[in-house]
Write a protein that binds this ligand. Structure first.
Ligand code: PMM
Length: 302
């Protein structure tokens, strides 16, 4: 199964789907805006996420919620770099969530081991050269433009096919710019220029994304499509973002079983359990001679 999941050069080889915990050092993220805006609280939160089972911690200083406008560069640097430095010094595998090459570069110099660019290198022409020069792994997410008007770009004839093709082009651009293909992770970008139906279709067809041959990160945590699934009826209000953690863990179990390399989540504990259950089921399925679903008996006890 690890062949399904793949490996990312420069990062540990976890024997299951990895869990990336989110620390948003922002006042306005849709899911946890304001909670970890203070750098000390952000560092403490990152350490708590590791204690709860996170394999990596993703630190971001710019909200990408639909309609968000950009934060300026100096402010993003001020928010992100000190938090990355402290977490990395504490031995945490830190990822930096940024579309800016300058932020990626300073974060890597402060100890970040992975650059998570939701634009897949499209927002800042200097991003690919920075990642290539520093030999760090890069998350290439499917992206069609900045958050301010991305919902207008949620138009697809075949969402899975178009996301696969567009991601393939972003990966080619990164490789042509000198990024080691063995260090590239792909991500369908759930909720980015996508409606709930698009997101569900992508989760349902992860195998087609995996056909690109790169490890896959899935970031469903607390997103709108889960709110829609949980709304419970025509016209009913979706539960708020913070009440979508059980649904998030359900997605973590499903995508781990489908060979995702990692999940990116705000609430770590339940997803850390989910990926371990998925791993145990995977091992049972692989055990010699054991058909999935167990052997048939007529007198089974529970
Ligand atoms: N989504 C958000 C932020 N960063 N990074 C990746 N790779 N994939 C995503 O889908 C993604 C991301 C949305 O904001 P949040 O931090 O509030 O979840």
């Amino acid at each position: 199964m690890s062949t399904l999941r793949g490996r990312v050069a420069g990062l540990p080889d976890w024997d299951r789907c990895a869990v990336m915990g989110v620390v948003n050092v922002t006042p306005d993220s849709f899911s946890d805006g304001g909670e970890w805006f203070d750098p000390e609280l952000a560092v403490k939160h990152g350490l708590d996420l590791v204690a709860q089972g996170a394999d990596m911690v993703d630190v971001g200083g710019e909200s990408t919620r639909p309609g968000a406008s950009r934060v300026d560069e100096a402010e993003e640097l001020r928010r992100v770099v000190p938090v990355v430095r402290e977490l990395a010094a504490a031995g945490v595998a830190v990822s930096v969530d940024t579309m800016r090459a300058s932020v990626a570069e300073q974060a890597v110099e402060a100890g970040a081991r992975l650059v998570n660019d939701v634009s897949g290198g499209l927002a800042d022409p200097a991003m690919i050269p920075v990642v290539a020069t520093h030999h760090v792994p890069l998350v290439v997410m499917h992206w069609r433009g900045q958050s301010i008007d991305m919902n207008n770009r949620a138009v697809y004839a075949d969402v899975v096919g178009e996301v696969v093709d567009e991601l393939a082009r972003s990966v080619e651009r990164a490789v042509a710019g000198g990024v080691d293909p063995q260090r590239i992770v792909i991500d369908p970008g759930l909720g980015f220029a996508k409606n709930a139906g698009h997101d569900l279709a992508l989760v349902a067809h992860l195998a087609r994304l995996r056909s690109l041959g790169r490890p896959l990160l899935v970031a469903a945590s607390r997103k709108r499509f889960l709110g829609r699934v949980l709304a419970g009826g025509e016209g009913a209000a979706p539960p708020p973002a913070r009440e979508r953690d059980a649904a998030t863990a359900a997605v973590s179990a499903i995508v781990a079983r489908e060979g995702a390399w990692a999940v990116r989540v705000h609430e770590v504990r339940a997803s850390a359990d989910a990926v371990r259950v998925a791993r145990a089921v995977e091992e049972a399925a692989q055990a010699a001679g054991a058909p999935v679903g167990g052997t048939a008996t007529t007198t089974g006890t529970k």
